[in-house]
Design a protein around this ligand. Sequence first.
Ligand code: MD3
Ligand code: FE
Length: 214
Amino acid sequence: MQSLELFEATAQNQRLGAAAMVLRGFALPHVPDLMLAIVGIETASPFRHMVMPGGFTMSVALTNCGALGWTTDRRGYRYTTVDPDTGEPWPVMPEVFARLASGAAEAAGFDGFEPDACLVNRYLPGSRLSLHQDKNERDYEAPIVSVSLGMPATFLFGGHARTDPIVKVPLHHGDVVVWGSADRLRYHGVMPLRDEPHTLLGSQRINFTFRKAG
Ligand code: MD3
Ligand code: FE
């Protein structure tokens, strides 16, 4: 794992808030391992389009790994230990995921991050994620770590009220975002994905978000 010093010295890294950092290319050394791990996860728990409580079907397809997985249906959002589509526990969080998540958290100033949930989102051209807060986790002290692979996306970084001004942040293959404490409950989203095929992943973007949910 790259050292804290190296990342502080890297000009492309970007501070988004008091406790939110973009670590440019932090995941690049792990891309082959991450892609193999995703194949294992989606073989056990395939990507699916979930339905929101309002009846809207998400344009982003998702799956999970780790002890807890985030799901939604007509009845609401929640974390579960079992994949509702397979009736089996979510796939175990691969070692490469857990190490990357805690290493990135440490590089951004959060020591001892041990995620118990990893939500894996798959975007195709046109997929988007509307402005929301991540509020289903028990512990808001722990940060969230996100890893982007494949096609670039424009990330929307808002404030604590839905109508606060929004900063647009381009995220590329290998970028990692870490946010916690004062920035943990900010509104955020992803603009509709443009079709700019990636050399390794083609016309898709994969994003993992690591959380301490339980
Ligand atoms: C939140 N995923 O799964 S993660 C989600 O790219 C989610 O798939 C997005 O939001 C995705 O719930 C974005 C990156 C991110 C970065 C900074 C944030 C989320 C943030 C700052 C504050 C709150
Ligand atoms: Fe989110």
